[in-house]
Design a binder for this molecule. Structure first.
Ligand SMILES: [Zn+2]
Length: 201
């Protein structure tokens, strides 16, 4: 483990070790029976360092960006609904319903019964980022996993999707800070360690 990497360990009722990144600090969540946290951290060292770098970059970027404070929730809903309509046609995909609510750890999600839930905090984002999020979620109705096929579909519309993913993290940090929230874990960064090998996102 890197000497500069600060981390906290918490023992909880979980089946598998899990890592959470709050803004800048690492929380290793372990099953209560777990004996060797050092070994776990060592095993995922490279991955942790990569994530740490991603976070540091996003925190740097956050200083250069500002959020949109003028869009209302009503305007956001109208925009998202229009985008969802257009992208369903474009992707030949089908979504049952779009829900809006304030969420603590993610921008949006696609459920197994084909509904989208959109975080109302999206109103603070620039249009291009909102477009990316909606397109990303609707693509999940065609491919659930973040696998090669998924990113190929995304790449057709957003060849700069890697930049967009970074922007999402940057804006996440800006919004958490602006709202004066205690650092919330970002879903983008949290990983169930036993899934690491199959899902490298
Ligand atoms: Zn996704």
């Amino acid at each position: 483990m890197d000497k500069e990497t600060e981390y906290t360990i918490a023992y909880r009722d979980v089946k598998h070790p899990r890592l959470e990144f709050k803004t800048g600090t690492l929380l290793l969540i372990l099953p209560k029976t777990h004996k060797n946290p050092k070994q776990t951290l060592e095993k995922y060292k490279k991955w942790i360092q990569r994530k740490q770098q991603t976070i540091n970059k996003a925190l740097q970027e956050a200083k250069t960006k500002t959020i949109n404070q003028t869009r209302t929730e009503k305007q956001l809903k109208a925009l998202v609904n229009t985008l969802a309509q257009n992208y369903q046609k474009e992707l030949d995909a089908h979504i049952n319903k779009v829900y809006f609510r304030k969420m603590k750890t993610k921008w949006a999600s696609h459920s197994r019964n084909n509904n989208l839930t959109v975080n109302t905090l999206l109103k603070y984002l620039p249009n291009d980022v909102i477009e990316y999020i909606i397109y990303h979620e609707i693509t999940h109705s065609l491919e659930r996993k973040h696998n090669e096929r998924f990113w190929r579909l995304i790449n057709k519309k957003f060849p700069d999707y890697e930049t967009k993913e970074k922007d999402l993290l940057t804006y996440w940090f800006i919004i958490q800070k602006t709202m004066n929230n205690p650092a919330q874990p970002s879903e983008v960064l949290n990983t169930n360690l036993n899934k690491l090998n199959e899902d490298t996102s």
